[in-house]
Design a protein around this ligand. Structure first.
Ligand code: PMP
Length: 288
């Protein structure tokens, strides 16, 4: 089956899909994106993702070129045309094509591109055994709450993680506070049993998975606080894990050279992983 992309009103062969070189996304990274997982053809947590998409657009004063209801119809059509049961949907909106000028152009139609890819779920042994991560300086801009296509600092940190053959880089502020991962949110469980993750502010992307996991934890009676923690808090924690739409709840058992939880996946992490899988099952019918 052919891979089909949606580009500004047309469904096109993915291999031939293109945008103009003067698109501001290409020139200035003047755009935003969303990544939504789907199982059995059903989008997971679609409303939350659409809400974040809208927020990112509003923060940058970019309009959505189609009505929200139309967007849902186009997405359904795109998933059908790609004939995939499970996978991921990228939605990318840029300010559009205009003469190069830093100032926002007037009367320009934003560009909407959507692509479908295969599911990016980690290997079963990564869930069972946990993964290693490194810490790296957070070199991103000051509005990390906007899901901007500008990912240079993220990809440089992830590249360093790959070079060191580990799964993720946790991004750290100058004062030693861990913000989040290069493409994930970071959680720890303190020795007292409290779940901690960075509060929502301009230092982190408000992950949809982060939000679901916090709700699931509180519902299960696990005490959870949205409070910043340091590298040393994380290294000395009872448990650690990272979350995102593609990795779900992924246990972390080593940070830099320090084993966390004796190098074993912790009970709270396991429980939250199971609750998250149940959340996917309930919404989409997919057994993870
Ligand atoms: N933080 C960053 C920097 C990310 O790129 C991602 C993945 N999009 C996340 C957190 C996790 O967000 P979500 O759970 O919505 O995928």
């Amino acid at each position: 089956m052919a891979r089909i992309a949606y580009v500004n009103g047309r469904y096109v062969d993915h291999a031939l899909a293109s945008v103009h070189i003067e698109d501001r996304g290409y020139q200035f990274s003047d755009g935003i994106y969303e990544y939504i997982a789907f199982y059995n053809g059903k989008l997971l947590d679609a409303d939350a993702h659409f809400k974040r998409l809208e927020r990112s657009l509003n923060e940058l004063e970019i309009g959505l070129p189609v009505a929200p209801a139309a967007l849902g119809i186009i997405i359904r059509e795109l998933i059908e045309r790609n004939a995939r049961e499970d996978g991921g949907l990228y939605i990318q909106v840029t300010r559009g094509v205009a003469k190069r000028d830093h100032v926002f152009p007037k009367n320009v139609r934003p560009a909407l591109v959507m692509t479908i890819c295969g599911a990016k779920t980690p290997k079963p042994n990564e869930f069972a055994d946990g993964v290693k991560v490194i810490t790296a300086p957070d070199r991103r801009w000051g509005r990390r709450d906007i899901k901007s296509v500008s990912l240079l600092a993220n990809i440089m940190a992830k590249q360093e993680a790959a070079r060191q053959k580990v799964r993720e880089a946790l991004l750290v502020r100058e004062d030693g506070t861990i913000n989040e991962g290069s493409a994930s949110n970071a959680f720890i469980v303190s020795k007292a049993g409290t779940l901690l993750t960075h509060p929502l502010d301009e230092n982190i992307l408000g992950g949809i998975t982060r939000d679901v996991v916090l709700k699931l934890a509180r519902k299960a009676g696990i005490s959870a606080e949205e409070k910043a923690f340091s590298i040393s808090d994380a290294k000395n924690a009872a448990e650690a894990f990272i979350t995102s739409t593609s990795i779900n709840v992924l246990p972390v058992v080593k940070i830099d050279d320090k084993l966390v939880g004796g190098g074993k996946v912790g009970e709270v992490t396991k429980k939250l992983g199971e609750l998250y899988n149940a959340h996917i099952l309930k919404q989409t019918g997919k057994v993870i």
